[in-house]
Design a protein around this ligand. Sequence first.
Ligand code: ADP
Length: 671
Amino acid sequence: MLTPASRVTIRSMVTQTPKPLLVLPARAGAWFWRLPLLAIILLIAVITFFTWFGLKQEREERHAALISDTLWMEQNMRYQFETVENQLAQIANEFGIGGDLHSDRAQDKVRDMLQGNSGLGAMLWLDSEGTMLSTMPASAAPVQLSTDHPICVLRARTLNRPSYTRPYRLADGTYAIEVVLPVFGANDFNGYAVGIFSLPRLISMHVPWWFAERYRLSFTDSLGQELASTTNAANLDDAHAFGVTFDRMGGLGIRVNAYRANTRVMPVVVVLVLIAFTLVIVWCLWMLRNRVLRLQETETALRSEHAFRLAMENSTLIGLFARDLQGHITYANAAFCRMVGWSEEELHGQQTPLPFLVPDESSLAGGASNLTDVANATAVEMRFRHNNGNSFDVLVYEAPLIDAHSHHAGWVCSVLDITERKRAEALARDQQEQLEATARLVTMGEMASTLAHELNQPLSAITSYSAGCLNALKAGRYDEQQFTDILGKINHQGQRAGSIIRRIYNFVRRSESRSERMDINAAIQEATGLLETEVARRKVQLQTVLAPELPPIMGDRVMIEQVLVNLLRNGMDAMKNIPAEQRVLRIVSEQAGDAICLSVTDNGTGIPPDIADRLFDSFFTTKPDGMGMGLKICRSVAEQHNGRLWFETEASGGTSFHLLLPIGETDKTTD
Ligand code: ADP
């Protein structure tokens, strides 16, 4: 249903070209669509950069922590070595080189050292010549010394300070390092104290748990070869490793290697989510772009279609108007406004009774009196009224108006001004009638001598009968019976003359064509009656075979009679040159389905094929005195009665003309 608001919208839409809703760059791949994509890519780049930067900083911080922890561990180890050096020197001083390391007190002290956290695996005394005096712990196997031992002893004596050998491998596969301390008495050199550090013990004693958790620590030799370590080398982060070599300790160093940090989930998740979101946004953007482009195309097509329709509506001579289901006018085109003389603004919103409708006249004209009737028919003739009071004939077609939701929203009417057409039709009808009347007069003219002869007979009879009566009266010889007979004969002859004149009058009198129920057999009898004398004069044998009780037809009796007279006279003309005894003219009437067929068959010369096509043309005749309008008029009369006229050649050589007229068909001649 159309609301007033929507009516206004429709109206404004149909009268103006709408402005485009979307004004977008023409090209599909224009910068317009790249801008959001660019913004998204920039956003991703920035976030990726910050994530990468954060991770990098974290890595650098880890590396710095590793270095400082390694340096701390180196300090710690160095401190341990120095502590052990001091303790060895202290024991050597306290008990003296060559003193009994196996005495109870010395044993306690040495055991404390070896079993404590010194990392020492064994210790021994050497005399000033470097000869081994005693070892601790005392064991069956001799203490395994480094191959560097003699050099180291020499270096300790020469430099007067502790000296370390290179790390060396023990029999059990572990590595050790030896320290040789020169020991001095009050005034002189006493000998050497030697400590053998076990590298695995040093690690287990001096690497704190927190350090071992974060890093793998290993002792290395001068070639970087690993000698002992906290754990095996699994899961290490090669990027985070740092090594330090101890000073003057035979190339011994430590290498610290960080364990690989657990992959941090959050940044990865963030990046993944970001990528997923980006993909979704890009996809949405792509879909949006396609949709907008489609909309744009549709809108452009719609606008050109609208402009095309608008141009068509404005240029057409057919009036168009639309109304909603309540009967309000919602639209009228320029042609319709011109037709009725009201502007579109004046017509808009008008409802029944519409100002341009003339109900009474419409119904009188046989057309529709209101538009509801039009809606139920294909096309209806109506009478409309112009604003200036003049009325005119129109042909109205109405079609339902279906909106975008497939709902019936109203009606659209197209209106064709047919005033001129009707005027031309009336004129043509008038001219046709005049032509037919003229043709009838011509026929009568041709039959005048025959008719005069026919009239002469009853008039002569009347004259002779009345003369006989007068003579009888004068002579006084008469009786009543005789007079009654003669007067009866006079009366009969008078009526005969009267009927001849009535027929002629009926035939030639010009009347408006009039449709009425008529008996076709009666029309045949009237026509043959008119031609009775001519038939006799031409020595033609007339046969009538009429089907009884034929249903009536709707038609103009005079016109049908005119057709019959024409066909009968043509038939007689065609038999002019054949022997009188062969001149047979047959009239047959019969029912053929829902029509009645009249046939006029002659025995004449027939119609040559070369003129058959032109027979029904105006003014075509083969007769010297013919007018050539007879068959033309006959055919147009048949068509006016929605019938048909045609001819067939008979086997005998003659011709049959057939007139087919529908039964009960409403006469069209009043149109
Ligand atoms: P007209 O009788 O004045 O010549 P028509 O239109 O009645 O005009 O006939 C046209 C022509 O058709 C005739 O001149 C004649 O040659 C031919 N015609 C009509 N009826 C017959 C018929 N029954 N047999 C032969 N020819 C015919």
